[in-house]
Every structure is written in structure tokens, then in C-alpha cells.
Design a protein around this ligand. Structure first.
Ligand code: KG4
Ligand code: ZN
Length: 344
């Protein structure tokens, strides 16, 4: 089984080839971030058009990297949701055309399941069951994973996602999109403890997340400071550090509570925010102390990519999943709705 994976749910066009026996053979990625930066967030129409412009060349590039030709593929996997409807359609239309032309099966992949399975790309994956912390631009989820496709939601965001909190905070501080890496870079120059922002949901028994109050707290803090004079670089860096600290501490608090509640001793962290260095270091330190093993994909497999889609599609097709004639785009799709499967 050798599967081409296509990711176009948001502003990254990802294409990759995964083979059941040999693993990942190639992956290519084009990020549209620069095109959206001047608007401070993703413009859906621009995203859909640009995916269509890039897909053919990225596919040819990935095939050539792997030393393959199109007829060597025997399956196509494409993100079917959740995501921006137009962006999803761009990928699905391309994937469907290719699958028809080659006469191979096509499967629609759940974007968050792909994030969740991304540690398998590293060849060092946890045995079931485990806890997953999935933190991206659109989702913050704690998931009890008992098998392939067997996902029970333990907690989710009541408002903004963790990545959204980074992105909106960055906008307030005059930084560009995507905000996570920008905040992290600026925070390196910040003074610890100079400013404090509340840690969202800290100590709460339930396992949900909430980040919109943090954005408001940052806004008020900036207003108070600006009333006394313009912010200097040191102020802005210290505010970035306070924001990053509050988000990371909230994620640590929620994840630790979920580990206690489930008794799991394995934790998978994935999604774009999983690329955050402070989060990775602190989770590792906390988990090492508790005897919990943490699994992260490398940062490039944490943020959106085609490799995780090719992997998930390959596992599902090899596990006997019924390919769809034409997968439907599902802009809203709850992770608990996917079907269980066994990996052969
Ligand atoms: O998973 P992802 O690439 O796309 C979605 O599915 O949403 O996640 C993108 C999110 C953005 O909000 C971005 O600001 C955040 O991940 N992000 C980070 C870092 N790299 C990306 N947040 C914090 N620190 C990072 N190093
Ligand atoms: Zn994602």
C-alpha cells in the first residue's frame, strides 16, 4: 500500500507519500502564511485559490523526491475536515480527479485524527491506551485514545483554541500571523514575572479549556500600560512571555489533571501549538517527575503537513476501510465520530 496524502484544510498545502512497509517516502509543504500575514489571519478565499495553484507541482515534486511515478500510487488520502470549506474542497477535487485518473481508492481523512497519529511518523509510537493533548489553531482537545479510531473526548475549548490565543495575542502586540512562533520568539527576550496574566481554568476539576478571557486580560494590561506611555521593546517582550506562560501553564494544568483522572502513563502532544518549545520542555519535566512518558512528533509534523494525512490514509486503507467514491467535505466533524479500525 503506497498512499499519496493531501492536506489543504487551512493555509498550508501539504503533499506526502507514505508506504505501509517503508514509512514516509517524501513530503512537501507550501505555507501561505506570508500571503495572509497582512490581513492578520487566514482569508478563506485566498487560501482555496492558492491550494489549487500549488497542488500539481507539489505532487510532482513529492513523486520525484520518492523516485516514483503516478501509476506507482495505489491509494489517495485527503483531509475531508474539519477545516475551511473552500480549502477542503480544493484538496478533495484535486485528490478525486487524480484517484479517478489512476483508478485507485480515495479516502477522506479527519485532520485531528491525523495530528493524533503523527507520532507514528517517528517510528516511536505509544501503545494503546494513552492520553492525547491536541492543540492547534482551531482546536484544543484532550482525548482518551483506546485504539485506532477509538477516541473519547475528555475536554475541549469552550471558546478560543490555544493557537487562537497565541494568534490573537500576537495581533494585540502588533506581531504578524501566525502568532505562536512570533510570541515564542519575542518571549525569549522578556523578563519573567514582570507582568502576570491569569492562568485560564487553573485548578478546575472539569477538563475543558478557555482562552478568550486571557486575550481580554492582555488587552486591558496593554491599555493600562499605554495610558502611562508607549510600550517599549522590553515591555512587549515581557507581555509576550506573560501570555506564553499563561497558555503553557493552562495546558500543563489541564493535561496533568486528565492524566490523574484517566491513570494513563503515556501522553501524546500534537497540533501546531505542540511545536512550542516552552510547552515541550515543561510538559517533559512535569511528566518525567510523574513517571509519564511524553511522545511528540518533531515540530514540522506538529504543524499542518501532508505526511500525517498520508500516514492516516495508509493505515485506514491497509486496515480495510471502505474507500469513498467521492469523500464529502466536512467543515465541522467531531473526532469522536470517526470509525474504529485495526491496523494490519
Ligand atoms: O495544527 P496547525 O498547524 O493548524 C491548525 O490545524 O490549526 O496549528 C496552527 C496553530 C497556529 O495558531 C499557530 O500560531 C500555532 O499553531 N503555533 C504555535 C507554534 N507554532 C505554531 N504556537 C505556539 N508556539 C509555536 N512554536
Ligand atoms: Zn492542524
Amino acid at each position: 500500500m503506497r498512499v499519496l496524502g493531501i492536506e489543504t484544510s487551512c493555509d498550508e498545502t501539504g503533499v506526502a507519500i507514505y508506504e505501509a512497509r517503508r514509512g514516509l517516502l517524501a513530503h512537501r509543504l507550501y505555507s501561505q502564511a506570508r500571503q495572509h500575514a497582512e490581513f492578520g489571519g487566514v482569508v478563506p478565499e485566498l487560501a482555496s485559490r492558492d491550494h489549487l495553484r500549488r497542488l500539481a507541482a507539489l505532487t510532482d515534486g513529492a513523486l520525484s523526491d520518492a523516485g516514483l511515478r503516478k501509476p506507482d500510487l495505489n491509494g489517495i488520502a485527503c483531509t475531508a475536515g474539519p477545516g475551511l470549506i473552500g480549502a477542503l474542497l480544493s484538496g478533495l477535487v484535486f485528490a478525486h480527479g487524480l484517484a479517478r485518473a489512476l483508478g485507485v481508492p480515495i479516502i477522506g481523512v479527519h485532520h485531528m485524527e491525523a495530528h493524533l497519529l503523527a507520532p507514528l511518523l517517528e517510528g516511536d509510537s505509544p501503545d494503546f491506551p494513552y492520553l492525547a493533548l491536541l492543540v492547534s489553531g482551531g482546536h484544543s482537545l484532550l482525548v482518551d485514545v483506546s485504539g485506532y479510531g477509538e477516541y473519547r473526548m475528555l475536554g475541549e475549548s469552550l471558546d478560543d483554541a490555544a493557537g487562537e490565543a497565541f494568534d490573537k495575542g500576537a495581533k494585540l502586540l502588533g506581531l504578524s500571523y501566525p502568532g505562536g512562533p512570533e510570541i515564542a520568539k519575542l518571549a525569549e527576550h522578556g523578563e519573567a514575572g514582570r507582568f502576570r496574566l491569569p492562568t485560564p481554568m487553573s485548578g478546575r476539576r472539569e477538563l475543558n479549556f478557555s482562552f478568550s478571557g486571557l486575550k481580554t486580560a492582555l488587552l486591558y494590561k496593554i491599555r493600562d500600560l499605554e495610558a502611562e506611555g508607549p510600550l517599549d521593546d522590553h515591555d512587549r517582550a515581557s507581555l509576550a512571555l506573560a501570555l506564553e506562560t499563561a497558555i503553557v501553564e493552562s495546558l500543563l494544568d489541564r493535561a496533568t489533571r486528565a492524566l490523574e483522572k484517566t491513570g494513563h502513563d503515556r501522553l501524546v502532544v500534537a497540533g501546531g501549538v505542540g511545536a512550542n518549545r516552552r510547552l515541550r520542555q515543561q510538559l517533559k519535566a512535569r511528566c518525567d517527575a510523574e513517571g509519564v512518558r511524553v511522545y511528540y512528533p518533531r515540530p514540522e509534523y506538529c504543524t499542518d503537513n501532508g505526511a500525517m494525512i498520508a500516514l492516516t490514509g495508509c493505515l485506514r486503507l491497509a486496515g480495510g476501510a471502505q474507500p469513498a467514491a467521492v469523500p464529502e467535505p466536512r467543515p465541522r466533524w467531531n473526532l469522536s465520530e470517526v470509525t474504529p479500525f485495526s491496523a494490519e
